[in-house]
Each structure stands twice: as C-alpha cells, then as structure tokens.
Design a protein around this ligand. Structure first.
Ligand code: XCC
Ligand code: SF4
Length: 628
C-alpha cells in the first residue's frame, strides 16, 4: 500500500492547502480523491498496450506473455499498438489547439465580412505585417479587406490543398529540408489529424515508425499551423501583448465584490466578459446588489490570454480550478473549452456558484449553457455578468474563505515585446548567448498532474536553471507556478547566476518570462526560428530546450512532439503511455535524435531534470565553439 498523501504532499502553496482542508471539512470531493480511487491504474493501459479500435477486440497485448497474448485479434503486436495509440493521442491534442485556432479564424473572417461589431482589429500593424510576410499584397486594401484576405489564406492551411502550412516558411531552411527528407512537412492542419485517424484504423499503417513520423507531422501542423494561427490571429484581434503588471493566486478573489472566473482557452469569450464587466451600467447593478464592484480573474489558459493582454489577475492553474470554487466567494465560472474538469459542475453545486458553458462544442450537463457567437457575444456577456451579480445576493458569508495574499507578477512578453526590449533585433540576445552570459533558453510549459506534487517540479526546475544562467520562458499552467514562487518579477534576478542576473537587470526583466498560453508555445517556436535564422543556424544547433514537467494532456504531447520535430530537446516529467514498446520508447528517447537532431528525456526529479537539460545545453554550446 502506498503511503497516504498528506495535504502538504499534494501542494506546497498556502492557498491550495487551505482550500483542500476546507473541501475536506465541507465534504467536497476533489481531483486527488478520485485519483486515489483510480490507483493503481491498469498496467496494460499505462503501457499503451490496450486496443479498442475495433469490435473484434478489445485486445490487451502482452509482448512478454508468450505467444498467446502477444498479438491482438487482427495480429497487431505491442509496438504497433503503442504507436497507434500514441499517434491518436497526439492527433487529439493537435486537433484541440487547431480547432481553437479555427474559432479565432472564423472571428477574423467575420470581421473581414462585416458580420460582427462585437469584435474588431486592435493591432492593425500586426495584421499588415503578417499579410506582407505571407505574400498578401496589402496596398490599397482596407483593414477589413486585409482581414478577409488573411482569413482566406489561413482557411487554406486548414484544408488539404496546400503543400505546407503558411507559417512553416518561418522555419530555417535546414529544418525544412529535414522535414522533407523524412516526409514530415506539415501540409493541411486538418488533413494531418484526419490522416492519423485513417492510418491508425485497423489494417492501414502497420509500421510503428511510419506512424510515429506521421505523428510528428501532425504535431508540426499544430505548432507551425493551428497554434501559430491561434496566437497570431488572437494578437491581431485583441492586441499584441506588452509587459504588464498583475497578481496571482486565490488571494486575487475579492470578498466584497462579485467574483467571476473565466476558464478554458480561447480569448473570444473571456474578452467579451471583461468588456461587459467594465460597462458602467453593469457596475451600477453590482453596486445595487451590495457589491463594491465586479472582479474578473482567470484560470488556466484563457486566464493567460487575458493576463498577457489586459493584466487581468490569475486565480490559478489546472489543480486550482476546483479549489477556487471551494473559496465560496465565486459567483460564476464561465468556460469555453479544454481542461475544464467535468467535476467543476459538482463543486459549483456545493456553493452558490453558477457554472456557465458558452461553446456549442463543450456542453456540461448540470451547468447553464449560453451559446456565444461572434454576432451575439457582447449581449450574451452582459447577460452572464448580470447573472453573476444576481448570484452575489445569494452568497453565504459563512462559507467564504479567501486564503493568502496575492503575489505580484509581470506578464506580457510576446516576441514583439522581447525583441522590442532588445532594440528591435535579436543581436543582443545572440551576443549574450555567445558570451555565455545567458547560457541557454528553456521553455517550461504545460499542465499540472495530480500524480505529482503540485507545481513542485515547475518551480524547482526553473530555480535550478536560473542558477545556471539559463533564461526561462513559461507558458500555460506553468506560469502560475512561476508567479506564485515570485519568479515573474524583475527582483527574481537575484536568484539567477551572475550573467543572467546582469542581463535581466540591464533590461529590467524577470529571469522567467511569461510568454502566454498553451497555443502561445508557437511564440517560442517562432523565437527559436528568428534566432536560428539570424545566426545562420538550424534550431537544433541552438542551446535551447523545452520542458513539460507536470503535463497531463493530449495537447501537451502534441506540443512536446512538435518541439522535438522542430529540433528542440524536450524534457517530460512523466512518460506518455508508450513504455509497453521498447522500440517506441527507444525511438522517443534516442532514435529521434538521428531524425530531428532532438529527442525526449523523462525525469520526475527537478534537479536531475536540470542536469539533463544543462548537459544538452553544454553540448550545443561546445559544438558552436562557445564556452560550456
Ligand atoms: Fe490545460 Fe492550457 Fe495543460 Fe493547463 S497547461 S492544464 S493543457 S490549461 Ni497548456
Ligand atoms: Fe484488437 Fe486489432 Fe481490433 Fe485493436 S484493431 S481491438 S488489436 S483486433
């Protein structure tokens, strides 16, 4: 029997610990309770050796179990089964990011067609820049016409007729050559996902390596396609982030105000809620209801979107979503899609909290469904906020507990902001890298996983890298961890090695830069490409790495794989469900190096992970003739 996990084993944070204890007192079931009920997990599933892709099965493959269980009914062996499962896992993640991108794209098209007045173009300069980059002749076109032309071009990327997604042109030539050589050039965004489903149907692609290469292509169509489109179009519509001050943790909730949490991924709904909250008539209604104001705070990635562009405070990451409601101070959780645990409806039901879903593709039985579209979003947002105001009158003060004081953070480091701080050129960063003041750059990205102590690996890995003069870029749920640990403030430069500290102080930036949400990992890809192109190198030559220390989701697998396929060494805190195949495991941990010049590493200890990453960075630096 594994030892019982105490509250302090689950999360190091005061706000989390207090809310877990409160939930226990109030009889609210949490993610850790359900994990315990599910443990131990099925070994076949954990190893990726179950298949239920057809009704001759389901089959459980036991590669070492003698001839009897070695093959599924169709004859698939363990390697093929693991590869097919992993391929579909990646395709699901790529689909999630890319379909989110499609919603932004449809909004851009609606702006272009004059079908919405709720949304507009906030960054006309970026619209022009991207149009020009992708070969759209902007001369003589109005802003709306440019929006329409760009939307049409990106719609082509989603389809199946293009030879490669438009933004893949940003990658260094050497990278594009590698993709071509191994048949991994991302063509259509939807096409690669659909083809993965096709290939992994019974009796199609029976070569595990071929499936893994297509998984890479599918992931690349996400990174350089769907995710990059989501990021760039979000900037065009809602503004490109600039450095901005804000706050993080459950202390951002306000006892005397109506608290609305936005949760999910797309800025389309959360930006409208923010706009409605700021309307004077709506604020007046809140005052009438006895509230001092309306407070909006974010969870997960839609929180990151609002934080990056608008400085809206962040209540928490994935493992904080249930706990935020347990404060008893939340009037409404309003969601779009992805990473929204179905359990939130039940937790909300234990309090006066309204749970509102907004997307036709993400409905939650037991919640309230209010469908948002580009032509009704502002109206729906007002309706939702007024519903939250009404809920405030039913809040039970006896159940309210807002734990801890908020931590201050700096966010908003888009590539435009980073390059702007450098004087508009990557030259100073390349020089700092060459001189060894900044020895490398690592993106720490991704989720929380209840199997690991909350945020523990994120924070300790980051601290260890900073000491070694490695600059950290954070996205997704990792950013909340960094913020709570105080690493998103310029003062944290004191925790960095001398070289990195000097650079951070000179620029007035924190040693961990918040660069956005999960789709914004595409910003990191783009930055790698800018650096590599500037220095005349391939991405795999750069002293850079990625890490998803506490990942859980299919999207994170897609991100990890597009990072590796783009030439970035990638650390994972937990393995995906592939260990049942030594062939696929070896490919991931070693073989991919021969293909992409990068591979995966799996390690749950933060110090050990820092060693691995640092070792890789040293090797890259030495290969460039730089000091280790
Ligand atoms: Fe979800 Fe994006 Fe993961 Fe957080 S980090 S748990 S995917 S919200 Ni992307
Ligand atoms: Fe079994 Fe093959 Fe069907 Fe999978 S596809 S369930 S291994 S028979």
């Amino acid at each position: 029997m594994a030892k019982e996990r105490e509250i302090h084993d689950l999360s190091p944070w005061e706000d989390a610990q207090k809310m877990i204890a409160k939930a226990q007192r109030e009889g609210v079931t949490l993610i850790w309770d359900r994990l315990k009920d599910q443990t131990p997990h099925c070994t076949f599933c954990e190893q990726g050796l179950t298949c239920s892709k057809c009704v001759m099965g389901p089959c459980r493959i036991n590669p070492n179990g003698g001839p009897k269980k070695k093959y599924g009914v169709c004859g698939a062996d363990g390697d093929l089964t693991v590869a097919r499962n992993f391929g579909r896992f990646v395709a699901a993640g790529a689909s999630a990011h890319s379909d989110h991108g499609r919603d932004l794209l449809e909004t851009l098209a609606a702006i272009g067609d004059g079908k919405t007045t709720d949304y507009g173009i906030r960054d006309e300069a970026k619209l022009e820049r991207i149009c020009t980059e992708l070969g759209i002749e902007v001369e003589g076109l109005s802003v709306r016409e440019r929006a329409k032309a760009l939307a049409d071009l990106f719609f082509e990327d989603y389809g199946c007729r293009s030879h490669n997604v438009a933004f893949s042109g940003r990658a260094p030539q050497k990278r594009k050559d590698i993709w071509k050589r191994f048949g991994c050039t991302p063509r259509g965004i939807d096409r690669e996902c659909v083809e993965m489903l096709h290939r992994t149907h019974m009796g199609v692609d029976c070569d595990p390596v071929s499936i893994c290469l297509h998984a890479s292509r599918t992931a690349l169509a996400d990174g350089w396609g769907g995710s990059m489109i989501a990021t760039e179009v979000s900037d065009i519509i809602f503004g490109t982030p600039k450095p901005v001050k804000s706050m993080v943790n459950l202390g951002v909730l306000k006892e005397d105000q109506v608290n609305i949490l936005v949760h999910g991924h797309s800025p389309i709904v959360s930006e409208m809620i923010l706009a409605a909250v700021r309307e004077p008539e709506i604020l007046a209604k809140a005052r009438e209801a006895g509230a001092a104001g309306i407070n909006i705070a974010g969870l997960c990635c839609t929180g990151n979107e609002l934080l990056m562009r608008q400085g809206v405070p962040m209540a928490g990451n994935h493992l904080m979503t249930e706990l935020a409601i347990v404060t008893g101070a939340v009037e409404m959780v309003i969601v779009d899609y992805q990473c929204i645990m179905p359990s939130l409806v039940n937790v909300a039901g234990c309090y006066h909290t309204k749970f509102v879903s907004t997307s036709d593709k993400a409905k939650f039985p037991g919640g309230i469904h209010m469908e948002f579209h580009y032509n009704n979003a502002r109206e729906k947002a007002r309706e939702a906020v007024l519903m939250a105001v009404e809920a405030f009158t039913r809040r039970d003060p006896a159940k309210v507990e807002i734990p801890s004081k908020p931590m201050s953070i700096t966010s908003g480091f888009s590539n435009e902001a980073i390059l702007g701080a450098l004087g508009g050129t990557p030259e100073p960063l390349v020089q700092a890298l060459q001189a060894g003041k900044v020895r490398g750059v690592v993106g720490i990205v991704g989720c929380n996983n209840p199997k690991l102590k909350h945020d523990h690996v994120h924070v300790n890995l980051a601290k260890e890298l900073l000491k070694r003069d490695i600059l950290v870029l954070a996205t997704g749920c990792a950013t909340v961890a960094m913020g709570k640990a105080g690493l998103l403030e310029p003062e944290a430069a004191s925790q960095a090695g001398a070289g990195l500290a000097e650079v951070c102080r000179a620029l007035g930036i924190p040693p961990v830069l918040h660069v956005g949400s999960c789709v914004d990992n595409s910003r990191i890809l783009h930055l790698c490409a800018v650096l590599a192109n500037y220095a005349g190198l391939d991405i795999s030559d750069l002293p850079v790495a990625a890490s998803a220390p506490e990942w859980y989701s299919e999207k994170a697998a897609a991100i990890g794989l597009y990072a590796v396929a783009s030439g970035v060494y990638t650390h994972l805190g937990l393995p995906p469900h592939i260990l049942g195949s030594s062939m696929i495991t070896t490919l991931a941990l070693k073989g991919l190096d021969d293909v992409f010049g990068a591979c995966f590493a799996v390690e749950s200890g933060p110090l050990q992970a820092a060693e691995l990453i640092d070792g890789r960075i040293k090797a890259k630096r030495l290969a460039l003739g730089w000091s280790a």
